[in-house]
Ligand binder design. Structure first.
Ligand SMILES: CC(C)(COP(=O)(O)OP(=O)(O)OC[C@H]1O[C@@H](n2cnc3c(N)ncnc32)[C@H](O)[C@@H]1OP(=O)(O)O)[C@@H](O)C(=O)NCCC(=O)NCCS
Length: 166
């Protein structure tokens, strides 16, 4: 049974199901230049289903977020080794943007990452992606680094991160 995490008008936020992966890949192809193999989507879904979510309207996926967990150096503490949630990809199709769906899926994935007891949550975003940067800043993410030529086309990214208190 699919559990509804949140509802915004007629949009339902719920965990991704294997049968959602094709629509998720289609949204990714339409909205972002970074694409992944089928295996990568499947592995993120089995590794961290708590933070692989879809937004659905009238039975049709219109947005997704997918994340993974990692162990590594803290983005906040000098020499700290921590468990981190990593937001790998997020998108909402253009006609459903600016309705609060992006914010809701990030917040719900944050809850998923906290279920896994991560100390921090981080992401990379193109420096030119002002909508993305603004969204993450509103949710408490802070720009911690600028990663030179992070993307294939040579653009830099901001590494943004948030630290959790339990
Ligand atoms: C980044 C992205 C996921 C944001 O999704 P979204 O659903 O539009 O996000 P939200 O609706 O929560 O917030 C976006 C804006 O809409 C505004 N908004 C939210 N609800 C609103 C409403 N009911 N009425 C009017 N505006 C609203 C928010 O305040 C926000 O405005 P701001 O940017 O001026 O602060 C989306 O733009 C996207 O898919 N972009 C392409 C892919 C991408 O860049 N992914 C991120 C890569 S790191």
């Amino acid at each position: 049974m699919q559990v509804i995490l949140r509802q915004i008008g007629n949009c339902v936020i719920r965990r991704c199901d294997p049968s959602d992966l094709i629509p998720v890949m289609e949204i990714n192809m339409k909205t972002l230049p970074e694409h992944y193999s089928d295996y990568f989507y499947e592995s993120l879904l089995s590794e961290l289903p708590e933070a692989f979510l879809v937004a659905e309207i009238d039975g049709r996926a219109i947005g997704y977020i997918m994340c993974k967990t990692e162990y590594g150096f803290s983005n906040f503490k000098k020499l700290g080794f921590v468990k981190k949630g990593h937001m790998v990809s997020i998108a909402v199709i253009e006609q459903h943007r600016k309705k609060g769906i992006g914010k809701a899926i990030v917040e719900e994935s944050m809850n998923g990452v906290k279920i896994k007891k991560c100390d921090e949550f981080y992401l990379e975003v193109r420096c030119s992606n002002t909508e993305g940067v603004r969204l993450y800043e509103k949710l408490g993410f802070i720009i911690r680094q600028r990663l030179k030529a992070y993307y294939r086309d040579g653009e830099d990214s901001f590494l943004m991160a948030i630290e959790f208190d339990y």
